[in-house]
Design a protein around this ligand. Structure first.
Ligand SMILES: Nc1ncnc2c1ncn2[C@@H]1O[C@H](COP(=O)(O)OP(=O)(O)OP(=O)(O)O)[C@@H](O)[C@H]1O
Length: 304
């Protein structure tokens, strides 16, 4: 895979306190990568190091395949970002804010400004000053500003923070559009799995400044294990019948009276019929489908 960002043992220590430690992060070209972790886990600090806002204490960053360092920030021209909250000139309109930004970058293109405002659906409200914008509108204007130069990578720190459900959906659609239609790679952060799950291709789980897992969502979906759990007073006879009558080989006795059956082709009703026919009492039978939450919960527990 062609990587846009790769870090090796990225570490940040402030006044002797470890904030980010030994993070190896790999963002592939064209991916939407989600950094997932609770508040204070170190996500913003990682993003600040990747966008040159702060220096790492140790470790290395490769941006677009080249070393990114204090003296070599060439790659940043190809990156748009919103770290923490987007700050604007509040007494100016969206258009005026983008004009100033473009002048500052030496990239003045009136057409690009219009296109960016169209993209985030702010073109119609030309006269409104930013101070009268909702949080969702400000976030969208922030994306317009980050996207205006058609960067290859956009870094967004908690882009849905504080948005209502409609605002969250609009933000998700916007990220997807920019990713699919313009081929822009995204690095996003969030503390909510349900949100990141809906948009990301790959997730990096950050806890206490460490990367505890980096995994593609399609891989997790393949690994999910569904099972049927049976509660019966006659575990021995039930197991025997399941193995010999239904030819199930993957059975686990988890507690005295509980059996888990890992076989995707068998249904609870087949099991029920068999056991009733042999006069075995079933106290409970239930199909369990493991969720992404289960997966990450186990990952986090494993490291705890
Ligand atoms: N300059 C600093 N000096 C001291 N502590 C810091 C500094 N920057 C960050 N921290 C601490 O490091 C930890 C990680 O902060 P960071 O903002 O990176 O986390 P986060 O995962 O982005 O969380 P949030 O979503 O709350 O912003 C926090 O405990 C924070 O207080």
């Amino acid at each position: 895979m062609n990587f846009i960002i790769q870090t090796s043992e990225l570490t940040k220590t402030v006044k002797g306190k470890s904030i980010v430690s030994g993070v190896n992060l790999n963002v592939g070209k064209g991916e939407i990568y989600g950094l997932l972790g609770p508040n204070g886990a170190g996500k913003t600090t990682i993003m600040k190091m990747l966008t040159g806002l702060i220096l790492p204490t140790s470790g290395a960053i490769m941006l677009f395949g080249k070393p990114f360092s204090e003296t070599s920030k060439e790659g940043l021209k190809r990156v748009g970002s919103i770290i923490e909250y987007p700050i604007f000139f509040e007494h100016m309109t969206a258009m005026e804010n983008l004009e100033i930004h473009c002048e500052y970058l030496g990239y003045y293109d009136k057409k690009a400004i219009r296109q960016a405002l169209d993209l985030v659906q702010l073109a119609e409200i030309e006269d409104k000053k930013v101070k009268d914008f909702s949080l969702g509108m400000k976030q969208r204007l922030g994306i317009a500003r980050a996207a205006i130069t058609k960067p290859e990578l956009i870094v967004l720190d908690e882009p849905t923070n504080g948005l209502d459900p409609i605002g969250i959906k609009n933000m998700r659609d916007l990220i997807r559009t920019l990713n699919q239609e313009y081929g822009i790679t995204f690095l996003l952060s969030s503390h909510i799995l349900g949100e990141i799950e809906q948009v990301a291709d790959r997730i990096g789980v950050i806890q206490d400044g460490q990367m505890i897992d980096e995994v593609s969502l399609s891989d997790i979906r393949m690994q999910r294990t569904d099972y049927i759990e049976l509660l019966t007073s006659n575990v021995q006879k039930s197991s025997f019948l399941l193995e010999h009558e239904l030819r199930i080989s993957n059975i686990k006795i988890v507690q005295d009276q509980r059996i888990r059956i890992y076989d995707g082709d068998i249904t609870p009703s087949q099991i029920t019929k068999l056991l009733i026919a042999h006069e075995i009492e079933i106290e409970e039978i239930q199909k369990h489908t493991s969720t992404l939450e289960d997966y990450f919960y186990h990952q986090i527990q494993g490291k705890g």
